[in-house]
Ligand binder design. Structure first.
Ligand code: GTP
Ligand code: MG
Length: 392
């Protein structure tokens, strides 16, 4: 457990997926990159059946997770299920490695690679020579490396290409950089009530604190009852106040209107996805009518608690805010979406266990289906009337 807490969560790691036909050498490559025998390697086609995740440090990029997958060319009934599972990984991939062997059908490789193009996922094509063939010279319009994975150092070439590809990406998004500058004083209001985990802070508080430190800010943290004391101790008003949204009303009533205020959940929503789309999605709450169906999605399956946010809190607030009789459908875990044809609104959890890429894929999916989508934090902010007051 301690070890888990010290590790970078998977959601914050760059996701690198390895794809290709069965037996192409995907697991061999996954093992070589991670330096560990995580995946089973064998000459039997179809050895890898489910995605295998290997978290590792890839310096200087930092924490990444390597995802080994099942071959894309298994057309049996079970194989189709495997392929679906493999393709599902694309939602989270920041980049992909596509492994093929020189004897493979060129058209098939082209067809598979078109999926990455469509999804705008950067891909490096790796021609696995498997010790015998010479490079085929095939060019699929992507960066291609011909390598014999059994030759020492061949994996270094692959690793360096991954590093170059990921370094070229947008700088890792800072959570607060748009709102603060070095030297700013930022006051954090973090109530530690009975729902707070014992002996530690929750992830948004940890991440925002770290981000503010990286941005050179001076941080003052208080529980709600110490906010007034902290303000009177300060020579100048804080440049920004970040509050837990549960105590927003109280904090807002104490602060003077000129002080910029935001909430941890707004910052996390912005960091995790397209905040403007979430805000637009939240405004659809106002248009709900009697009988409308609202889909509430939680990424992780968990025990339903007394004040469960997805099953109790949000449905109650929706009813109170709209005054309408709504049909609420809760889904959790990685379950497939139900029939979406009559869904008026999707409210998604904060997605603390998924990466930004996955959330953006979900936003894109619902947008393409013309269904407004928001998330818990932004929906609550809207219904609590704080969207107009917060900066983000
Ligand atoms: N000599 C040689 N053999 C290789 C190389 N890469 C893979 N192989 C062999 O090719 C076979 C398939 O390798 P895997 O890594 O299991 O291939 P995979 O793509 O993960 O296969 P599935 O999981 O079945 O889809 C194994 O017998 C490997 O030992 C290589 O560079 N050189
Ligand atoms: Mg494999």
């Amino acid at each position: 457990m301690i070890n888990e807490l010290n590790q970078t969560p998977k959601a914050l790691r760059k996701h690198i997926g390895i794809f290709g036909s069965a037996n192409a050498g995907k697991s061999t490559l996954a093992n070589l990159i991670s330096g560990q025998e995580v995946s089973l390697v064998s000459s039997v086609a179809g050895t890898t059946t489910d995605p295998v995740f290997k978290p590792m440090e890839l310096l200087p990029i930092g924490p990444v997770v390597i995802i080994d997958t099942a071959g894309l060319d298994d057309n049996t009934e079970l194989g189709n299920l495997r392929t679906d599972k493999t393709l599902k990984q694309l939602d989270s991939c920041d980049m992909a490695l596509y492994v093929f062997t020189p004897d493979e059908d060129e058209e098939k490789v082209k067809k598979n690679l078109s999926i990455f193009k469509e999804r705008k996922i950067p891909v490096i094509v790796i021609e696995n020579l498997k010790g015998k063939s010479s490079p085929s010279g095939k060019n699929f319009g992507f960066k291609t490396i011909s390598a014999d994975l059994s030759v020492e150092n061949s994996v270094d070439i692959v690793k360096n290409s991954i590093i170059t590809a990921l370094s070229g990406e947008d700088e890792e998004k800072s959570i607060t950089a748009d709102l603060v500058k070095a030297g700013d004083t930022v006051l954090l209001v973090m109530p530690q009530d009975s729902a707070a985990p014992k002996g530690r802070l929750i992830m948004p508080q940890v991440q925002v604190t770290r981000d503010l430190l990286d941005n050179g800010c001076i941080i003052i943290s208080v529980t709600t009852d110490k906010l007034s004391d902290a303000l009177s101790e300060l020579k100048n008003p804080p440049d920004l106040v970040i509050t837990d949204s549960q105590v927003f009303g109280k904090v807002n009533s104490i602060l003077s209107k000129e002080i910029r205020l935001t909430s941890f959940s707004m910052l996390m929503a912005k960091n995790k996805g397209d905040i403007d789309e979430f805000v637009k999605g939240a405004s659809a709450i106002r248009n709900l009518s009697d009988g409308d169906k609202v889909l509430i999605i939680e990424n992780c399956a968990h025990h339903v608690m007394k004040d469960d946010i997805a099953r109790i809190k949000i449905p109650m607030m929706l009813k109170k805010f709209t005054g309408k009789e709504l049909e609420i459908v809760n889904i959790s875990g990685q379950n497939a979406y139900p029939d979406l044809s009559d869904v008026s609104l999707v409210i998604h959890c904060g997605g603390c266990m998924i990466n930004r890429k996955t959330m953006l894929s979900k936003q894109k999916y619902f947008k393409e289906n013309n269904i407004p989508m928001t998330n818990f934090g932004v929906a609550l902010a809207m219904m609590n009337g704080i969207l107009e007051r917060v900066v983000y």
